[in-house]
Design a protein around this ligand. Structure first.
Ligand code: HEM
Ligand code: SF4
Length: 311
């Protein structure tokens, strides 16, 4: 398949590291445990069938796929997997029975069209999901796509995303209908409006935290009434940092943020996240204002045309 884009230098470095680690592992010079964690953090799972069979999880941030990316996924499925793939609830694509030796080439192919497996598994920030009609939904308050993209770019390879107490899931919904299901994510972001004094309305967000499913499900809690657009990224990072600082590293089964809420209490956890955000905003390194991706792509809602009758 022809490579359509220059591979991002950071992705190139990741793939080269994967090749070095793989070689050490195959030569018996790298412990199974270390290679396993490294491999998982790169989105590559071992399969129960054993041997060198791997499941490759490809992140599709907020579920948006370009035609060339879909074609590349089909090519990889036919060349390295079984000719088909799974689409998952959290907007990943999973390919099974890929041989370990072929993983670096699969990563190159994926990255050549701007896709990654990095941090798709392990105790990292997982794929950033979004409601399915983002950018085309008549009900959306704003288009969450550039916000999810900005969050994805900000957190991928971020030092805080590497060795968390447990995985961390973030979701976006364009309106309170919440098709993206903020309520069972570690951070769930819902676009909302608040009235301004002059009678107009300001679009922004309502951020929820510490939701989760599993055998002990928790509905996420609201962090504050309204989060202005300029404060969204620092709010998400503050929640992530707070989880990293105080999360349970002794028992993986009690490590998700929902358990931190249980042990710390909702009020204290909320207070710590807000305090973290305040100090984060005071850091010299923090980029102020609206993220570049949002400025470039715009986040205006799709709206409803009065000139067209829906068919
Ligand atoms: C009819 C039964 C069930 C259904 C329909 C169901 C459905 C789901 C769904 C949709 C998710 C979200 C997946 C995602 O992250 O994309 C999930 C996550 C999960 N489920 Fe279930 N589930 C069921 C039963 C169970 C049971 C019985 C257990 C454990 C005893 C369980 C453990 C988990 C765990 C650990 C997660 C991940 C939690 C998280 O990421 O917050 N599930 N389930
Ligand atoms: S959450 Fe709202 S904006 Fe997003 S798809 Fe559902 S109805 Fe549309």
């Amino acid at each position: 398949m022809t490579i359509s884009r220059e591979i991002d230098p950071a992705a190139k470095a990741d793939i080269e590291k994967f090749e070095r680690m793989l070689e050490l592992y195959l030569n018996g010079e790298l412990e199974e445990d270390r290679f396993r964690i490294f491999r998982l953090n790169n989105g590559i799972y071992g399969q129960r069938q054993g041997g060198h069979n791997q499941m490759v999880r490809v992140k599709i941030p907020y579920g948006r796929l370009q035609p060339e990316q879909l074609e590349m996924l089909a090519y990889i499925a036919e060349t390295y997997s079984r000719g088909w793939a799974h689409i998952t609830t959290r907007q990943n694509i999973q390919l099974h029975f890929v041989q370990l030796e072929n993983i670096p080439q699969v990563m190159r192919d994926l990255n050549s069209v701007g896709l990654t497996t990095r941090e798709a598994c392990g105790d990292t920030v997982r794929n950033i999901t979004g409601c399915h009609l983002a950018g085309a939904c008549p009900y959306e308050v704003l288009d969450i796509s550039p916000w999810a993209e900005a969050t994805f770019r900000h957190l991928l390879r971020n030092p805080y995303s590497q060795r968390l107490p447990r995985k961390f899931k973030i979701n976006f919904s364009g309106c309170a209908t919440d098709c993206g299901q903020a309520m069972f994510n570690d951070v769930g972001v819902i676009a909302v409006m608040r009235p301004r004094e002059d009678g107009t309305v300001e679009p922004g967000f309502r951020v929820f935290f510490a939701g989760g499913l599993g055998a002990n499900p928790h509905a996420a809690q609201a962090l504050e009434e309204f989060t202005p657009r300029e404060q969204l990224l620092p709010t998400i990072e503050a929640a992530l940092r707070t989880f990293d600082h105080y999360g349970n590293r002794d028992n993986k089964l009690r490590a998700r943020m929902k358990w931190l809420l249980d042990t710390m209490g909702v009020d204290e956890l909320r207070e710590r996240i807000l305090k973290e955000r305040k100090l984060l905003l005071a850091a010299t390194t923090w980029a102020e204002g609206i993220p570049e991706t949002v400025q470039q792509e715009g986040d205006g809602p799709a709206g409803v045309s009065t000139a067209v009758d829906p068919t």
